[in-house]
Write a protein that binds this ligand. Structure first.
Ligand code: SF4
Length: 207
């Protein structure tokens, strides 16, 4: 059953996305699974603007898992040091490359990789392959918890199931990009609720 609030939020967000999506190099069309994975792997703990500053150089030096296999840890650290967590990240990427010639193409396979959780797995498969999967980062969790109030569950697994219900099967990529951008740029700690498309039904904003 499609609930009225679900449908209203979904359609309003998609309309908002027509003029408000941010542009980043990993969002360009035809990016490979590997290229999208690299971006999402870095984006888990680093603002997008910072990732943008090293992403082109990283792909130029390490265009594949094979290139990472052949590199030293210092080669990786040289490039990703400005992002922070560079020891953890370079070790994880080397471990992933050592154990895989190509990336898995399922959520189960990706989440078995070192330091890869459901956000990276779902975002990679949604943005690279148009798979209809929920993409939940902290900003998105904040948006959903505000809009749906008490309906938003507490456990991570139930949150994923709740979010999955909202993803439109034929526009999953656009919807998830819009959610990430709406959470990062509008529905922030002090949101402009009076001007928001969800103000009439959001459990947090003015009604
Ligand atoms: S009304 Fe306010 S809290 Fe609700 S989604 Fe919009 S900006 Fe966020």
């Amino acid at each position: 059953m499609v609930l009225a609030k679900d449908e209203e939020f979904r359609s309003s967000l998609l309309e908002w996305s027509t003029e408000n999506l941010r542009e980043f190099p990993w969002r360009e069309p035809q990016r490979s699974l590997y290229e999208v994975f690299v971006a999402e792997f870095f984006l888990t703990q680093t603002p997008a603007e910072n990732v943008s500053s090293v992403y082109p150089t990283f792909l130029e030096k390490f265009p594949s898992l094979e290139a990472i296999q052949e590199a030293n840890k210092e080669d990786l650290v040289d490039v990703i040091e400005p992002l922070g967590f560079y020891n953890m990240r370079s070790e994880a990427l080397q471990s992933i490359a050592d154990e895989n010639d190509t990336l898995p193409v399922t959520v189960e396979g990706l989440t078995e990789l070192q330091r890869v959780g459901s956000y990276v797995a779902n975002a990679t498969l949604c943005f690279a392959q148009d798979e209809s999967l929920p993409v939940l980062d902290r900003n998105v969790e904040r948006v959903y918890s505000r809009v749906f109030g008490d309906e938003w569950p507490e456990s991570p697994q139930e949150q994923l199931e709740f979010a999955e219900r909202l993803v439109p099967k034929d526009e999953a990529r656009t919807y998830n990009l819009a959610l990430l951008d709406f959470g990062a740029s509008i529905c922030r700690p002090e949101p402009p609720c009076e001007e928001c498309f969800a103000a009439g039904y959001c459990a947090y904003g003015p009604v």
